[in-house]
Ligand binder design. Structure first.
Ligand code: FE2
Length: 495
């Protein structure tokens, strides 16, 4: 048990003094890729847990050109735990992006970073370190500022290559593009800083073939982060937090929250064209993450974390290296669970905050993405200025209130939980919640029974190396991985 193989040692060069995302840090980086088989466990891993819990992260290797580091600049690294028959195996692997490989070959940083002003927008490295999901039997990693997704082997996580859907889509894809597990489709949006009309939308089928793509016209460059899907529609975001357009003309970059502008939500039929988009206007805000959306009668009902303080005030005298801490802190941006209703018949929109808890990074049973769900598992926000969570809230949308919660032991933090269904589960919440939990030194994987979150973890899987806190996570069902691999094999050998 617990056999550990060092797959690769990494030479880390990031040293920016005072950067809380590099030094004495919760967020990384690590200097080894390892494989650990049959991990030690406190408690018992459920025997029916069958699949892969995978989480992306930013693991910076080389300095950016200026040496200034923003957490979102770091090269992508996935940390995954495969569960089968009560056993767990861990692997972490770099996402071998084009930029990472070029820098490794050059032996130095070649790209600007997000803190490098206007010129960086032209030359950001697509580090593919933001998001990850399973599509067509492979994991796909994605970057919040768009770029080609990267394809990872679902078993050993090696990078297969950049994804351009057989050459049919070369523009890029944003993080928080979605997979509809009922159809196997991958629904994506892409946004651009300079190129009008600033947004695109498309659908890729379960065999990885692009089946539609269209431009969506925005009034200017925007910074959307997420979207919603329903059975028949996709809803994209045009939010009034963006780069000051007058300063952009002077080749300067400064975030502006324009409270004279509405938050606009664009509803497009799943296979629609940009001209089909119907826009709904709501109060100005910024949304990082959505929960879910569904159709009911003439309405789309959508849940997301609306921020009460989208553009934090940074106290005078704050050193430049600390400024990102304010923008990366949910404790400061104050997200609240909010219900939006978009009436497709009347064109009316409404919104209401449905819970006062400061939380974010929700997980749901992904089989319910796009259809009416009853539960989400929201990560609670501690009162510290870092991108961390200190517990799980189970929210019941039928009762419209929190029905369960678990607070981690003092000093322990987690990020987005994923839901893994029990074998032959009947209820939406019949399954397990999984998340990395740790501090600055040690990491475990907690497994909760989703029906009894407050009772604490039923198993704690112990990892032989520390896992930094990262970005987004996904549950890849073992059956989906095997089925897609068999289908792809059949397609390869078909005459
Ligand atoms: Fe995100």
């Amino acid at each position: 048990m617990d056999s550990v193989i060092i797959h690769n040692s990494l030479t880390l060069k990031m040293t920016e003094e005072g950067n809380d995302y590099l030094h004495d840090s919760y967020h990384g980086p690590v200097d080894k890729e390892i494989t650990a088989i049959d991990l030690k466990v406190v408690g018992q891993i459920p025997s029916d847990l069958d699949g892969v819990y995978i989480r992306n992260s930013h693991n910076p290797i080389e300095h950016s050109i200026s040496g200034r580091y923003h957490w979102f600049d770091g090269d992508g690294m996935v940390h995954g735990v495969a569960f089968k028959q009560g056993q767990a195996d861990y692997r972490n692997r770099m996402v071998m992006t084009e930029g990472y490989l070029k820098e490794q070959e050059a032996g130095e940083g070649l790209y600007p970073g997000l803190r490098d002003g206007f010129q960086a927008e032209d030359g950001l490295k697509n580090n593919s370190g933001t998001d990850v999901l399973l599509h067509n039997g492979e994991f796909k990693t994605m970057f919040s500022r768009c770029g080609k997704p990267y394809r990872l082997d679902p078993v050993d996580f090696h990078t297969i290559g950049a994804e351009d859907f057989s050459g049919d889509w070369v523009k890029g894809v944003s993080a928080h593009s979605k997979v509809d597990e009922r159809t196997g489709e991958f629904l994506f949006f892409n946004y651009s800083f300079q190129e009008e009309p600033y947004m695109q939308y498309g659908v890729v089928d379960k065999n990885n073939k692009l089946i539609c793509a269209t431009d969506i016209a925005l009034p200017g460059p925007r910074l959307p982060h997420d979207c919603w899907i329903t059975e028949n529609h996709t809803i994209v975001h045009d939010l009034p937090l963006f780069w000051d357009p007058e300063l952009l003309l002077q080749k300067k970059k400064k975030l502006l929250f324009d409270q004279t502008k509405a938050s606009r939500f664009g509803v497009i039929p799943r296979y629609g064209k940009g001209a089909d988009v119907v826009w709904f206007e709501c109060e100005p805000t910024y949304i990082l993450h959505t929960v879910n959306a569904y159709e009911e009668d003439d309405c789309i009902i959508a849940y997301a974390y609306k921020q009460l303080n989208p553009l934090p005030m940074v106290p005078a005298g704050t050193s430049r290296v600390k400024i990102q801490n304010y923008f990366l802190s949910y404790h400061i941006t104050q997200p609240r669970l909010t219900e939006y209703r978009f009436n497709l018949k009347t064109g009316e929109a409404s919104e209401r905050i449905i819970d006062d808890s400061c939380a974010e990074s929700p997980g749901i049973n992904s089989a319910y993405l796009g259809i009416k769900n009853r539960y989400s598992y929201n990560a609670l926000v501690p009162e510290i200025p870092f991108f961390l969570h200190n517990g799980i809230q189970k929210f019941d949308y039928q009762k419209m209130r929190e029905t369960d919660r678990y607070i981690l032991p003092e000093g322990k933090f987690m990020q987005q939980p994923v839901f893994a269904p029990r074998a032959d589960s009947k209820d939406e919440d019949d399954g397990y919640l999984i998340a990395y939990v740790g501090d600055k030194k040690e990491t475990e994987v907690y497994i909760w029974d989703a029906k009894k979150v407050s009772e604490g973890p039923i198993a704690r899987v112990q990892l032989p190396q520390w896992v930094p806190f990262g970005s987004h996570a996904y549950w890849g069902r073992g059956s989906d991985i095997r089925e897609a691999q068999e289908r792809n094999q059949r397609n390869k050998t078909a005459p």
